[in-house]
Write a protein that binds this ligand. Sequence first.
Ligand SMILES: Cc1cc2nc3c(=O)[nH]c(=O)nc-3n(C[C@H](O)[C@H](O)[C@H](O)COP(=O)(O)O)c2cc1C
Length: 457
Amino acid sequence: MSKRPLHFTAFIWPNGYHESAWRVVEDDVRGVLGLRYYTDIARTAERGLLDSIFLADNMAIAEYRATHLPQTQFDPISVLSALAAVTDRIGLIGTGSTTYSKPWELARRFATLDHLSGGRAGWNIVTTVTPLAAAAFGELAHPEHADRYARAHEFVDAVTRVWDSWDDDAVIGDRENGVWADRGRLRDPRFHGQHYDVDGIQPFPRSPQGHPVLVQAGQSAAGVGLAARYAELVFSGPPSLDAAVAFRSDLHAQAAAAGRDPEHVLVLPALMITLGGTEAEARGRADRLEELASPEFRWQNALYTAGLDPDAYDPDAPLPAQLWTGQAAPSSRAERLYAAARARPGVPLRELAQDLTSGAGQTHFVGTPEQLADHITAWQDAGAVDGFTIMGSTLPYELAAFVDEVVPILQRRGRYRTEYTGRTLREHLGLRRPGTSAHAIPVPASMDPRALGREQR
Ligand SMILES: Cc1cc2nc3c(=O)[nH]c(=O)nc-3n(C[C@H](O)[C@H](O)[C@H](O)COP(=O)(O)O)c2cc1C
C-alpha cells in the first residue's frame, strides 16, 4: 500500500443517521428492534473489510425523540455480544459512560465482550452530556463538564488496572497438580483516587487484546485532553478540512507531550454519506431526506445533544442570555450554540438551531462513490484523518453502497486492505497489545498503594 492504510468504522443507527431515514426506507418500521437488522449491517461491514462497527449510547432520551426518531437505545454490550456470534473478524466498539457506570463493572462487561469475540472489543469512553441521565440513575444532580472529565481520567485508570489484574500467562491448566491458574500471577488492582476506590480482581483471566481498544469522542479541550492521554481511536466532528488538520495535529502534539506515540492515536471523523450512481441521483436522495426534516425536531435536538433539556425552553424566544454570559457550557456543542446566540442576539431559538448541524456534528457528503473515494483520499493526503466513521444517511443502503462501490475504488488505488490480515481489532488498527507490567499509566504518588501502606501482590 502506497500510503498508511485507511481505517473505517460503521456507525449503526436505526434506519440510518439522517433524522428522516426511517420515513424513506422500505423496511418494517419495527424492524430496527430485532437482531436481524444489526446482523445484516454487521455482516455487510465485515464483507467490506471494515475495521469495526460502532454503537452509541445515549443513556437517557428526551421524550421529543420518541415522536421524531425510531428509539432503539439498547444496551450496546448486549447487542455487540449477539453480533460477536454472527461475525468473525469485524471489531465491535460500544459506548460506555464514565459518569453513569462503576469502573469495575464496566471493565468486566467490556473484557467479557473481548473474550467472547476473540479480541474484537473497543470501548468508546463518554462522560454523558444529557442531564436527564441523573434522574434515570437516581442521582441528585448531573456533574458539571469539568467534574465529569476529572472523574473520567480516574475511571479509565481504574478500568485498565482491573483489566491488568491477571498476568497473560496466569492460566497454566496443570491438571496433574490441580492448578488451573497460578495465584502468584494475579495482581490486585487496588485503585484509590478522589472519586473512585476499586479493589477486586477481574473475575476471569486477561482478555485477548489485554485492553479493549480505547476510543474517545469528546471535542472540548477537556475531551481532547482525555483522548490525548488514553485514546487509541478518536471520533471527531470537524466542520472543515482545515479544522480537521488542526484537530489531528493538536491531538498528536498533546499525545506526544503525554509520552505517547502519536502514530498510535488514530483519528476517524464522523462523516454522514448519501450516495447515488450519479451526482444528481445522490443529490435527489439527500434533498428528499431534507424535505422531510422537521424544524420541531431540529431545535429540540440542538438543545438535547448540547446537554440542555428541550422541555425547559421556548423555541420562539431567543436562548436566555444568562446561559451564554458567564456560565460554563455543559459541552462543546453547547459552546457552539452559545456562540451562535451571542453572534445573533434576539434570534429565536428555532431559527438559530436550524443553522446548526444535528447529531454528532458530522458533515454530510453527497455524491457518487468515485467522488467519495476522492474526498477520503484528499483528506488523508492533507494529514486530516486516518479514515472515517461512516454514517449512512440511510441504512443499510448507504453502507452497502460504500462496501460495494467505494471500497473497491480505494483498494484499486492501493489505499485499503484487500483482506483482513489480523484477527483482533488491535491488529486491524495496527495498535500494540499492552502488557500488564508495562501498565501504560504512571501511578501518581497519592494513588500508589505502597504510599498508602498497602502491599500489591
Ligand atoms: C462520532 C461521535 C459519537 C458519539 N457517541 C456518543 C455516545 O454514544 N454517547 C454519548 O453520550 N456521547 C457521544 N458523543 C458525544 C461525545 O462523546 C461527547 O460526550 C460530547 O461531544 C460532549 O463532550 P465534549 O464537550 O468534550 O465535546 C459522540 C460524539 C461523536 C463525534
